[in-house]
Write a protein that binds this ligand. Structure first.
Ligand code: 4NP
Length: 159
């Protein structure tokens, strides 16, 4: 036992019902596969879905990949999250900008865009699937899985 707490990661999108819950689920899967003990959560910059479960289409795509996210509940990100988490990871540029504005000046949390961790995909957002067709959630899952895998490697110090 090192006595140090597990590395902690917070994924942030707009509503906390589509992309960031899927990023949290994918990251839990990938960290588990890598044998990494991590503290993981997700939040939204908006407050419309506070207390609500993820979008039914997100629950369905996660279930198809073997993860039950039906117990997740929406919450809004706060400035205190920058003290609680080592890594705060935005799903797109608009949310990254909101997080930069919210971040306390003395915060040591690392703030990044998820796909910046993927070689060759730096600067790409994870597109919002909320207003689109069901298939969009498969694309979201593929994107967050690629990002999660890369982030696990980075945190584990192997990538
Ligand atoms: P998310 O998707 O940011 O991936 O959770 C959205 C969910 C809800 C809304 C927008 C985006 N909304 O406007 O309610």
């Amino acid at each position: 036992m090192s006595g140090r707490p597990n590395p902690s990661v917070l994924f942030v999108c707009l509503g906390n019902i589509c992309r960031s819950p899927l990023a949290e689920a994918a990251f839990r899967l990938e960290a588990g596969r890598a044998g990494l003990a991590m503290s993981v959560d997700s939040a939204g910059t908006g407050d419309w879905h506070v207390g609500e479960p993820p979008d039914s289409r997100a629950i369905a795509v996660a279930r198809a990949k073997g993860v039950d996210i039906s117990g997740y509940r929406g919450r809004q990100v706060t400035a205190a999250d920058f003290d609680r988490f080592d890594h705060v990871v935005a799903l797109d540029h608009a949310n990254l900008a909101r997080l930069r504005a919210l971040r306390p000046a003395d915060s040591r949390a690392a703030l990044s865009l998820l796909l910046d961790h993927v070689p060759g995909r730096a600067g790409e957002p994870v597109a919002d699937p909320y207003y689109g067709a069901d298939e969009g959630f498969e694309t979201t899952w593929a994107d967050v899985t690629e990002g999660a895998r890369a982030l696990v490697r980075r945190i584990a110090g192997t990538g």
